[in-house]
Design a protein. Structure first.
Length: 434
């Protein structure tokens, strides 16, 4: 799906194109840091005008710098890249779903934020990650971000537990709840894993290994089902499909986990609660049946983002609770405003057309590059590492609506763009200039 068209000299010189791409990449790195660290906090606590302007500027500016210099080529060749057409179709279907939904304005805003912080970032990174030096810069930046967030998470865990005035005694990492905190740690872990595939100075290798160790520790301290599931799936995917000889790392992880639980009463108590069946488990199971019930009412265009679901309870019987619990589940759904599964959430809120086009495109990208990276003659471990992390993230996405968070959306689509630009085999070399 990677398009590497050459811009004609009559429109823009190669030197000018290189300078534009260089500046666009610098802006992209700055935007990545802003989105990863501040976007969720901005949405929830910054003044409305400032937060909207800052997030949209961070999302649109690097994309605009990349796309504008390539538009003349697309028109001169009368051939628009298929990934651009895919994103345009996703955006158009999203807007149509918004207009036809029960909650048009919030759905439209959510659609614009999703496309701006996700799919169009995939378009930009397809070009920005063509040079190997840009890939390395991105991997280094996100590895350092992972290290910083990991240390901050451990500090936050200890501080919040000892502060009785704080409602949640755990790790948030500038998020609104611990689930996206765990998901962002998993996504960022792809960077040091890929970076370690190449020879690095001893000091840098130590920092990369430390960032991985700190992130794993933070995920374990979270004691949340989704991040733990995503981490385990990622690890098993690598062990089974890449190199089973690395089973020693799994044994080492089991030892570290056991030690962590043994020496930390607070973490052990979290896992005891984690293993107990409670009402939230039945509520989440109910989501699938109630979600299907809502989906049947408007399967093509969806009911909209944060739509009022109260009328849908009139002709619905609970599957996992008695009728006396109906109001409790309704309160739960009104409080979370989500079906806690991004796949089902998009299907119910945006409809089957939008969901089929978006997820169909993502699955196509996965299938094409998984086939390339797994070819026996040219197995690419860096590519498989990337896919493994993205597969783990997909499993986390079954536990909450991941792509509604701009930082997770940004990193997910950035890794897709990186994966598209990785060489087909480990020995293949890319040009430094792209």
């Amino acid at each position: 799906m990677n398009s590497t068209s050459t811009v004609p000299e009559s429109f823009i010189s190669k030197a000018t194109l290189a300078r534009c791409d260089d500046w666009a990449f610098k802006v992209f790195l700055c935007s990545t840091l802003f989105i990863v660290i501040f976007s969720v906090a901005a949405i929830h606590s910054w003044p409305p005008l400032f937060k909207h302007a800052s997030i949209l500027l961070a999302c649109i500016l690097p994309v605009a710098m990349v796309v504008l210099v390539r538009v003349p080529t697309w028109f001169s060749e009368k051939k628009i890249p298929k990934e651009v057409l895919w994103v345009l179709l996703v955006f158009i279907l999203g807007l149509i779903s918004s207009l036809l939904s029960e909650n048009p304005w919030p759905t439209a805003k959510s659609t614009v934020l999703f496309v701006a912080s996700g799919p169009i970032i995939f378009i930009a990174t397809q070009y920005l990650f063509e040079p190997t030096k840009n890939q390395k810069s991105f991997l280094l930046l996100t590895s350092l971000a992972l290290l910083g967030l990991g240390f901050f998470g451990i500090y936050e865990h200890n501080y919040n537990y000892n502060n009785s005035e704080i409602g949640y005694q755990g790790i948030l990492l500038f998020q609104e709840n611990p689930l996206p905190a765990g998901a962002i740690l998993l996504l960022l872990s792809a960077s040091p894993l890929i970076f370690l595939r190449h020879k690095q100075p001893t000091a840098l290798k130590f920092l990369l290994l430390l960032s991985l160790a700190i992130s794993v520790t933070s995920i374990l301290l979270l004691a949340k089902k989704g991040p733990i599931l995503g981490f385990v799936v990622t690890l098993l995917f690598l062990l089974i499909l890449v190199d089973r000889k690395h089973i020693i790392f799994l044994l080492g992880l089991i030892f570290i986990t056991g030690s962590l639980l043994y020496f930390s009463d607070t973490t052990l108590s979290k896992y005891e609660r984690f293993l107990k069946l409670n009402s939230s488990v039945t509520h989440r199971a109910e989501n699938y049946f109630f979600g299907l019930h809502v989906f049947k009412q408007n399967p093509i265009w969806g009911v909209g983002f944060k739509a009022d679901l109260t009328p849908y309870f009139d002709d619905y019987d609970l599957k996992f609770s008695g009728k006396r619990q109906n109001y409790g589940y309704q309160q739960f759904l009104e409080l979370t405003h989500t079906f806690e599964n991004i796949f089902m959430g998009f299907l119910i809120e945006m409809g089957i057309l939008f969901s089929a086009v978006y997820f169909g495109g993502v699955i196509y990208i996965f299938a094409v590059f998984f086939k390339k990276f797994r070819a026996p003659a040219q197995k690419n471990l860096a590519g498989m590492l990337t896919i493994a992390v993205l597969v783990g993230f997909a499993f986390i996405s079954c536990t909450f609506d991941t792509l509604r968070f701009p930082n997770l959306n940004w990193l997910f689509h950035s890794l897709l763009g990186l994966m598209v630009n990785l060489p087909q085999n480990s020995s293949e070399k890319q040009s430094e200039s792209g």
